[in-house]
Design a protein around this ligand. Structure first.
Ligand SMILES: Cc1ncc(COP(=O)(O)O)c(C=O)c1O
Length: 409
């Protein structure tokens, strides 16, 4: 193993979330057309086409394309009139909380169900106060949260409900494509997502008035030339991003197939490693299989998650901790809610156990077999590995040195 001075198992670094790129010729042809048209942004023909195809793919009335998922969340939150407090899981990418706090709305962190990794609906009900105006469910790893229970709570308690579906493009809940639940759902098409538009995002909704409001908001509130009817921002998707999106859409099945094949290879290769559990996907639903999520039980494995990550990084496998350390331990939330951890035991536990392994086009079955061997060997020699890691804090890569792209969600 590389931690003992051998050469790393991989000469090149393997990334979590290496971008999937569709047909290059089709993309370049689209970009050429765009340049010839000289129409680069401001609701151009590619954005319009992308929105049409997206709405059709998901099966909703409206897709409002945006410059990224975070701004899409901010606009959705504002268009729904949320204020006061909004309940969110802490086990999510920090953008879910920031999109609220940015508008001086308090994110109230709720714990998760340890089996699904999504918001715990029983605890959620207890967190509703007179200041609560909404709930944001997050379909973590593309596995839907308990939509039916959340929608029922929202109805009963007169709250708005929307979903952060940043992970869930192409996934389903009870057989229905994610994107049409709640008041609206928000996707991210960031380069590290399995389906990307370089940077990008969208809000999908079946609500005509809400869609219209968000279209105004993403374009400074302009309604025609020189006529501003609403407070707005600049959330527009550019033409080149939409060209990438249209090209990605043509390859979406192929991307899913690659992820699914890799997921099955990981399942084979990690099988039976003590204390190492690969998260399953519900085979009766559609999934995009983007996230290869591994939980490490330190007691059984003899090594903790962080130690296994260090072993892998030394081999050039850039495994990542997710969503470490949890939003409630990040600023400004850590200062606002210094005791939040007390009511988030499952989040705390998961943040210490989860790592995500490379998937997509950056790995193939041969690479996965090597990754499996590295993990198996490390766990079989846990005591020696731990001793080596403890004695060499400075000469081995630390977690903080791992990220080549620190913002990965
Ligand atoms: C759960 C979640 N929410 C929100 C975002 C923000 O999306 P973006 O990076 O497109 O702004 C991401 C991803 O980055 C995410 O994973």
């Amino acid at each position: 193993m590389a931690i003992f001075g051998k050469p790393p198992a991989f000469a090149e670094k393997l990334h979590v979330g290496r971008p999937n790129i569709g047909n290059r010729e089709r993309l370049l042809a689209r970009i050429n057309d765009m340049l010839n048209r000289n129409w680069l942004t401001n609701d151009g023909p590619y954005v319009q086409e992308f929105e049409k195809q997206m709405a059709k793919f998901v099966g909703v009335r409206h897709c409002v394309a945006m410059c990224n998922g975070t701004v899409a969340l901010e606009i959705a939150i504002r268009a729904l009139g949320l204020n006061g407090e909004v309940i969110v899981p802490s086990f999510t990418f920090v953008a879910t909380a920031h999109a609220l706090q940015w508008q001086e709305i308090t994110p109230v962190f709720c714990d998760i169900d340890p089996l699904t990794h999504t918001i715990d609906t029983a605890q959620l009900e207890k967190m509703i106060t007179p200041r609560t105006t909404g709930i944001i469910g997050v379909h973590t790893w593309g596995r839907a949260c308990n939509v039916a229970a959340l929608e029922a709570i929202a109805r009963r308690r007169n709250l708005q409900i929307l979903f952060d579906a940043a992970h869930a493009f192409g996934c389903s809940y009870k057989g229905k494509t994610i994107g049409g639940f709640g008041r609206c759902e928000v996707f991210s098409f960031h380069a590290t997502k399995f389906f990307n538009t370089f940077e990008g995002g969208a809000v999908l909704t079946n609500d005509d008035a809400l869609a219209e409001k968000m279209r105004l908001m993403r374009n400074f509130g302009f309604h025609g030339y020189d006529n501003v009817v609403y407070i707005g921002t600049n959330g527009k998707m550019t033409e080149v991003c939409a060209a990438m999106g249209l090209t990605s859409l043509e390859s979406v099945e192929e991307f899913v197939e690659t992820n699914r094949r890799n997921f099955r290879a990981y399942r084979r290769e990690l099988d039976g490693i003590p204390g190492v559990t690969l998260m399953a996907y519900d085979e009766s639903e559609r999934a995009n299989y983007q996230y290869i999520v591994v939980e490490v039980d330190e007691q059984t494995a003899g090594l903790g998650r962080d130690e296994l990550v260090r072993v892998l990084v030394a081999e050039n496998v850039l495994a990542r901790r997710y969503f470490f350390p949890g939003c409630h331990r990040m600023e400004p939330y850590r200062s606002y809610f210094p005791h939040a951890a007390l009511i988030l035991p499952e989040t705390e536990k998961l943040c210490g156990r989860v790592m995500v392994l490379p998937n997509g086009t950056s790995v193939d079955e041969r690479a996965i077999s090597v990754i499996g061997q590295v993990m198996r060997t490390a766990v079989s020699n846990a005591a020696a590995v731990r001793a080596r890691l403890t004695g060499s804090e400075s000469s081995l890569p630390a977690q903080s040195g791992i990220a080549t792209r620190s913002t990965i969600g």
